[in-house]
Write a protein that binds this ligand. Structure first.
Ligand SMILES: Cc1cc2nc3c(=O)[nH]c(=O)nc-3n(C[C@H](O)[C@H](O)[C@H](O)COP(=O)(O)OP(=O)(O)OC[C@H]3O[C@@H](n4cnc5c(N)ncnc54)[C@H](O)[C@@H]3O)c2cc1C
Length: 482
């Protein structure tokens, strides 16, 4: 175990990609094995000392940013324990970087399908936020691939949970038998939307216990080991960035493309492209929107597919010739750098402006999406605040990033954000589809589920973490624990 206290060395752990400032902790402890990890949690619980778990620090909601107590860094718990190519399961420690996992899997012709986009994220972090990425359109979020979890609770007890074994009873509760005690978990009573969501604890009738821990943002326990479902790497993949002269053409194209079995269907608005032009000079001028799509295929289907995409693009006033195209891993890397460049540039601007990130993570059911999109444009136009819109349009999930430059603009953009939240909730949507709530979005979660539900979440947390030490102020305000 390594313990670091020197503030100059550990201060980078007091931040994530949200721009949330003021984080501090006395020390960061890096366990190297299960026994040490359990001991750290047990000790912190005995002393009632807050403990914030850190993954790769790529989160965008301030969830790993500590405000007092200690941190537990998972960086040294980074072994890929096993890759079972027959049963398609990888067993990994939580500090495994997504890029390292992918590198190992690619040697065996395998992949981890949810592919949360940021390669520096750790597996433990992506499980704790139920992350999803560009390929979520075809493969869904992290939750669908977590087959087993080993979790350390705050008293040091370890749960080893295989999916499909432990379900909530008819009264909506779990009874957990630990070493020296039995605990009853009463589940909150809100209904989750029927779309992917990372907003608050996962609660469903008859739910599987494993799902409670996925997306729990470091508040219920430490993810110590995970069994992850894998897929075979596709034989071939083609990727396109297609540019449209009008927003309407792009949106109509997306609507039509949804039935074309793409893996990804992603969108960037004109402001996103203007921002990217600073780095990528070859974006065609006059472009008002870009759609990125990727499709897996077999060699023999190549011509038919190209033909079908060509027709679809032409029908929406875009063309193959003016698209960026990649059909090899090397070429695709360039497109990935382009796509990933946008959130990276936004996060840099946020840090430079020294104001927390104001980026939405709202998704709505398909029928409500056109209304939501129109509402975004109207409110953003009225606000006069700089913004970009991009993201997972295939899942009706766009990130609106407002870029306030002053405290006044910041306040205004939070108020615009709340208007978006109310609209989305009215349309049956979620306030967070993949990033989680962290410390920056309590008010939005409350607007979605109500104050009572937040209180029920706090009560559930207290049953599993009676000392109230883990991930304080994540998901709901810590005051609800008193
Ligand atoms: C450029 C960029 C692009 C991004 N794109 C996407 C995207 O497309 N989709 C998406 O979903 N996200 C995206 N993100 C956000 C981010 O990558 C994800 O939220 C990711 O899941 C965070 O993982 P992490 O390891 O960095 O976690 P951290 O930021 O370190 O922590 C996140 C939360 O997980 C908890 N945690 C971490 N490890 C554990 C553990 N072992 N046990 C219990 N709790 C733990 C922390 O306490 C915290 O609450 C992007 C971020 C960036 C910077």
């Amino acid at each position: 175990m390594i313990i670091k206290r020197d503030k100059d060395i550990i201060k980078s752990y007091f931040e994530d990609e949200s721009g949330l400032l003021g984080g501090h902790a006395d020390k960061i402890i890096f366990p190297e094995n299960e026994k040490e990890a359990a001991g750290i949690l047990q000790d912190a619980a005995a002393k009632k000392e807050p403990l914030t778990i850190s993954g790769g620090g790529t989160g965008v909601t301030g969830a790993r940013v500590p405000f007092g107590g200690s941190m537990l860094g998972t960086d040294l718990l980074n072994k890929i324990i096993d890759i079972d190519a027959k049963d398609l399961i990888a067993t990994v420690e939580p500090g495994t970087r997504l890029s390292d996992l992918d590198a190992e899997l690619s040697k065996k012709g395998l992949m981890y399908p949810p592919d949360p986009t940021e390669p520096n994220a750790f597996v433990g972090g992506t499980i704790s936020t139920n992350a999803s990425g560009a390929k979520g359109f075809k493969y869904g979020p992290t939750r669908s691939y977590v087959k087993r979890l080993k979790v350390v609770l705050s008293g040091g007890d370890i749960l080893d949970i295989a999916r499909g074994r432990i379900f909530a009873d008819n009264a909506g509760s779990f009874t957990l038998k630990l070493k020296n005690k039995e605990i009853k978990l009463a589940l909150p009573q809100y209904s989750m939307p029927e779309i992917k969501s990372a907003a608050g604890y996962y609660i469903k009738e008859g739910m599987d216990l494993i799902d409670l821990f996925i997306g729990s943002e470091g508040t219920l326990g430490l993810v110590l080991e995970a069994g992850l479902g894998l897929g075979k790497r596709p034989e071939k993949v083609m990727s396109f960035f297609s540019f449209f002269g009008s927003e309407k053409d792009a949106l109509d194209f997306v609507k039509a493309a949804k039935s074309n079995h793409a893996m990804s269907l992603e969108y960037m608005d004109a402001n996103s492209l203007d921002l990217l032009r600073g780095k990528f000079k070859n974006i065609p001028s006059g472009t008002k929107a870009m759609v990125y799509f990727e499709q897996d295929y077999r060699k023999e289907d190549e011509n038919t597919l190209i033909d079908s995409w060509t027709k679809l693009l032409e029908a929406h006033n875009a063309s193959m010739e003016k698209s960026f195209f990649a059909d090899s891993e090397k070429e695709r890397e360039k497109l990935r750098a382009f796509r990933h460049g946008l959130p990276e540039m936004i996060n840099e601007i946020v840090k430079k402006n020294k104001l927390p990130k104001v980026g939405t993570d709202i998704a709505v059911p398909g029928p409500g999406f056109p209304e939501m999109f129109t509402f975004y444009k109207e409110r953003l136009g009225q606000s006069k605040i700089d913004f970009v819109i991009f993201g997972h349009i295939g899942e009706n999930h766009l990130h609106v990033n407002m870029l306030p430059k002053t405290d006044e603009e910041f306040k205004k953009s939070r108020s615009v954000y709340m208007d978006f939240v109310k609209k989305a909730v009215g349309l049956g949507g979620t306030v967070s589809a993949e990033h989680g709530i962290g410390k920056l979005k309590h008010a939005f979660l409350e607007a979605m589920y109500g104050r009572k539900a937040l209180g029920q979440m706090a009560a559930l947390k207290k049953s599993l973490d009676p000392a109230c030490i883990l991930g304080l102020d994540n998901i709901f305000p810590k005051e609800l624990l008193t």
